[in-house]
Write a protein that binds this ligand. Structure first.
Ligand code: ADP
Length: 635
């Protein structure tokens, strides 16, 4: 029988595990029990969903047996089992390849405790075993298969006999070594204490046989000095209490227990940023245990990511990921809801319309918002880290559905502030507004540094106003959708309706623009379609030129929208105006050239200034060769 090789990553992980001088080898049992419990969940849920009358809940169980002479531990479940294909796919490859990436990226930090923190599933069996066999029969199938492996050098899969569906895993425990006592894992009491320690909350009974001492009744004619005969009978006992973590009293749960649950269930090496655990009673009763992750999962911003909370009815799983429990803008939240008000036999379709579920979802949204608000107040650094990971999602939430959710979300947003040089909330901005200020100023650009250098920013900042920098593409879209906060409108410092000049200044500017009308029109013609107008401005302090936009679309928004895939004739165009600093020497110079009647020179200057303004705004110039020639011509 030819051995099959493990997939490359799995092999590495196996090597790592087998050779690790890892001290918490004992977690292997937790991992195998957790797999067995998942397999029963799957079958139980399948039977519910398909309305099959299968076993009743109490008939599902996990059995553990140890045999000291044979040096084996056997873990048996009556869960869903595996087909031959599933056996190959599930045990020939490592499901949690994430753990391997992590290990490789942290090679320097030798002692990183990934296994203890997080578990590596089935493979942990090899930490204590020299050989492992898995006999399994998929629910609904007539064929059973046996997977067998001695570790890194491969595995075999052969047909075998197995009466019932489910899975039976046998570990052939290693011989003791000088450093390592493996015999302990064959000891009944030790096994029981491991089950208590790690798997107490598993919702199916974990059963073991206990030898019960029995004295047989003495024969009637036996004398005083004849001892009663003693026999030991096997009796099945349930070792775990079966109370799920979330049903325990909150004050009896340690931080480590929450963390372990989170890391194990949601495949994350990090601790959760926050744990939300509450019980509601009233119109609907439910317990929710939710986690806010520290970092976004690698697939979070892809369409593969599925949001949702697990849904339990009185401790029994009815759905692994119920999307209706979480709004999209809180899709990063992990966890579960357990409610006895929900019927076990409820179908997915019915769930969507279920009134109870809608109420629970509403409450949960509030719970999450409150927790985030608390975090913002009592752990600003943590919140900033959270916002780095999930801020885009919140901004998108403000923007989507025509701004319907802005009230929920607006106080959870953070923006970079020009004056604080840090992330601030809108509330904080408004509380610092200058007397008479009725607008919230913002700029948008690729980086804080680039925006800091924008001429328009320079001028507004110079007048003593705080500016919010939108480094997220979505930031500006979100503000547009909100239109205002606390009665103050949002104004892009690069927009033409930025009204900070005095009446006299305005009047003077108007005259100047009127006077140079012809010149400005000629300049516009020289530049072409790139701008809709050229004019003098009083809004610039030191810089000669800038680009501003008229209408709803800003330059940053144009960039974002046009970077999305769409046909080229549907590209959008911001209405761009080239503004020239009326107080800059260049203004006088232009007027002088216009006066002299040198049209070519005026056209060249117009193109040069336009190119400068484009570069300052973070745009690329359309014709770099022409620009280069123009500059050389001048030199
Ligand atoms: P994980 O449990 O994180 O997916 P494992 O390596 O522990 O990773 O298990 C890999 C897969 O093997 C599981 O996802 C499951 O599909 C399957 N599996 C493991 N144990 C069992 C079992 N007792 N019954 C049915 N399937 C199992």
């Amino acid at each position: 029988m030819k051995k099959k090789q493990f997939k490359a990553e799995s092999k590495k992980l196996l090597d790592m595990m087998i050779n690790s001088i890892y001290t918490h080898k004992e977690i292997f049992l937790r991992e195998l029990i957790s797999n067995a419990s998942d397999a029963i969940d799957k079958l139980y849920y399948k039977q519910l969903a398909e309305n099959i009358t299968g076993l009743s809940r109490s008939d599902y169980a996990i059995w553990i047996a140890a045999d000291k002479d044979a040096r084996t531990i056997t873990i048996t479940d009556n869960g869903i089992g595996m087909t031959q294909e599933e056996l190959e796919n599930n045990l020939g490859t490592i499901a949690r390849s994430g753990s391997l990436d992590f290990k490789q990226n942290n090679e320097s930090k030798e002692d990183i405790d990934i296994i203890g923190q997080f578990g590596v599933g089935f493979y942990s069996a090899f930490m204590v075993s020299e050989r492992v066999t898995v006999k399994t029969k998929a629910y609904g199938s007539d064929d059973a298969f046996c997977w067998e492996s001695e570790g890194a050098d491969g595995y075999t899969v052969t047909p075998c006999e197995k009466a019932d569906y489910g899975t039976e895993i046998t570990l052939y425990i290693k011989e003791n070594t000088e450093e390592e006592d493996y015999d302990q894992y064959l000891d009944e009491y030790r096994i029981k204490s491991l089950i208590k320690k790690y798997s107490d909350y598993i919702t199916y009974p974990i059963k073991m046989n206990e030898k019960i001492r029995k004295e047989l009744p003495k024969a009637e004619d036996a004398g005083e000095d004849v001892e009663a005969e003693v026999v030991y009978e096997d009796q099945e006992v349930t070792v775990n209490s079966m109370i799920p973590l979330w049903k325990k009293n909150k004050k009896d749960i340690t931080k480590e227990e929450y963390t372990r649950y989170y890391q194990d269930k949601f495949v994350d090496f990090n601790e959760p940023a926050r744990v939300i655990h509450n019980t509601a009673e009233g119109v609907v009763s439910y317990t929710a245990m939710m986690f806010i992750p520290k970092k976004a999962p690698f697939d979070y911003y892809t369409k593969e990511y599925e949001k949702g909370l697990a849904l339990y009815s009185n401790g029994v799983l009815i759905m692994e990921k119920c999307p209706d429990l979480l709004p999209d803008y809180f899709s990063f939240v992990k966890g579960l809801v357990d409610s006895s008000d929900l019927s076990l036999n409820i179908s997915r379709e019915m769930l969507q319309h279920d009134r109870q579920l809608k109420l629970i979802a509403k409450n949960i949204e509030r719970n999450i918002k409150n927790e985030l608000t608390k975090m913002l107040e009592d752990d600003r650094e943590g919140y900033k880290e959270f916002f780095k990971a999930f801020g885009s999602q919140l901004l998108y939430g403000v923007y989507s559905d025509y701004g319907m959710h802005k009230d929920v979300l607006q106080d959870l947003l953070l923006f970079y502030s020009s004056s604080e040089k840090d992330m601030v909330t809108l509330k904080e901005y408004v509380s610092r507004m200058k007397e008479g200020q009725d607008k919230i100023f913002y700029a948008s650009g690729e980086t804080v540094e680039k925006m800091d250098m924008l001429p328009q920013v320079d001028m507004v900042r110079d007048k003593g106003y705080e500016i919010l920098y939108m480094t997220e593409n979505l930031g500006e879209f979100a503000l547009m959708m909100m239109a205002q906060y606390d009665g103050k409108t949002f104004v892009n410092v690069c927009a033409d309706d930025l009204d900070l000049t005095s009446e006299e200044e305005k009047e003077a500017l108007k005259e100047r623009n009127e006077k140079s009308k012809d010149m400005l029109q000629k300049m516009k013609d020289a530049i072409g379609d790139g701008v809709s107008a050229v004019r003098f401005t009083g809004r610039l302090k030191n810089h000669p030129v800038c680009l501003t936009t008229e209408g709803a679309l800003s330059i940053e928004m144009e960039k974002t929208l046009n970077s999305m895939p769409m046909p080229s004739d549907e590209k959008v165009k911001a209405e761009v105006v080239l503004e020239i600093n009326a107080n800059h020497p260049i203004a006088a110079k232009l007027e002088e050239v216009a006066e002299s009647g040198d049209e070519q020179k005026l056209a060249d200057y117009a193109k040069l200034l336009y190119a400068q303004a484009q570069l300052i705004a973070g745009l690329s110039v359309e014709n770099p060769t022409e620009l280069s020639n123009l500059i050389c011509g001048l030199m």
